[in-house]
Design a binder for this molecule. Structure first.
Ligand SMILES: [Fe+2]
Length: 305
């Protein structure tokens, strides 16, 4: 019997299994890009080496800590982003990207892992320690690489194929706005090195480094956060109370006015979102389009505190 190419099977997977929800069931249906997030256009690949353009990118990342770039050209190999980070390194002292793994290099494909039998559920059972970015699951509020002693300061997501079934919305929340609603005693406790932070199984590099001890909040320069609730264990009573207060704030209704939801209409194909990984928390709703595909790069790793 003739084998059907896997790529063909993928293309047959449509939104029919996960119909678009009605607008009333979505929390993020805005089609107007929020004015609080700056945007730049990149008309050509050479923009990534244009000193004015690169300075603007650096300025927005240093200032607001967030930026959307709209590419006016197709760039499936992410040449713009690769060159942009090299230019930021050359002219603005950004550290170069971290390798996601020894075999994957600077860029990581964020898309549901496909199984050879075309069942995403089967794929998830085949590899229980897959990175969350390779599943269709919701990501609660977090910062990337929160288990590293030197987490990356920045990351970017280049949209190659947006979720066309109403899922995969990226939500972002500025740390300053979160902290303004948190008591000073909780902030003080979050700043103490009284948390055990476990390395997720899929990211263990050495049996000697299964966890680190440190704070959640750094106030050495300006407030910076690292957070991923499921891997943080408080080691003292005050640390426990503080992280509970942080969690209830994140899950409660009052913070919702500060959250920006970036759905596929706001982050379409050929757009790139760049974030300060310590001054913005991010989350993702469940992916509904098995063909959703972003490419991620993280750079400028520095000690957290
Ligand atoms: Fe993330």
């Amino acid at each position: 019997m003739r084998q059907v190419p896997i790529q063909l099977c993928r293309s047959l997977r449509t939104c029919s299994q996960a119909p678009n929800p009605s607008p009333s069931t979505l929390t993020a249906t805005s089609t107007t890009f929020p004015s609080t997030i700056p945007q730049l256009e990149a008309g050509h690949l050479s923009s990534s080496q244009d000193r004015t353009h690169v300075s603007q990118v650096h300025g927005f990342l240093h200032g607001q800590g967030i930026l959307k770039v709209n590419l006016k050209f197709a760039d499936n190999q992410c040449h713009y982003l690769r060159q942009l980070i090299q230019s930021l390194h050359q002219h603005h002292d950004h550290g170069l990207p971290i390798n996601h793994s020894a075999s994957r290099g600077w860029f990581w494909d964020v898309r549901p892992l496909q199984s050879t039998n075309t069942s995403t559920a089967a794929a998830e059972s085949e590899t229980p320690h897959r990175a969350r970015s390779e599943t269709m699951k919701t990501f609660p509020w977090h910062t990337d690489c929160s288990y590293e002693t030197s987490p990356p300061r920045f990351f970017a997501l280049h949209v190659l194929h947006p979720d066309q079934c109403g899922g995969g919305t990226l939500s972002v929340l500025e740390v300053d706005r979160l902290l303004s609603r948190l008591s000073s005693s909780s902030q003080l406790a979050l700043s103490a090195p009284e948390y055990r932070i476990q390395v997720p199984p899929e990211f263990i590099k050495s049996d000697k480094q299964l966890s680190i001890i440190g704070p959640i909040l750094s106030t050495r320069t300006r407030p910076e956060l690292r957070f991923r609730e499921d891997i943080f264990t408080p080691l003292t009573a005050r640390a426990k109370t503080a992280v509970e207060n942080l969690n209830s704030l994140l899950l409660g209704p009052h913070i919702q006015t500060e959250v920006v939801h970036l759905n596929s209409e706001l982050l379409p194909q050929h757009s790139i979102i760049l974030l300060d990984n310590r001054r913005w928390l991010h989350a993702r709703s469940d992916v509904k389009d098995p063909n959703r595909h972003l490419r991620r790069v993280r750079w400028d790793a520095r000690p957290f505190n």
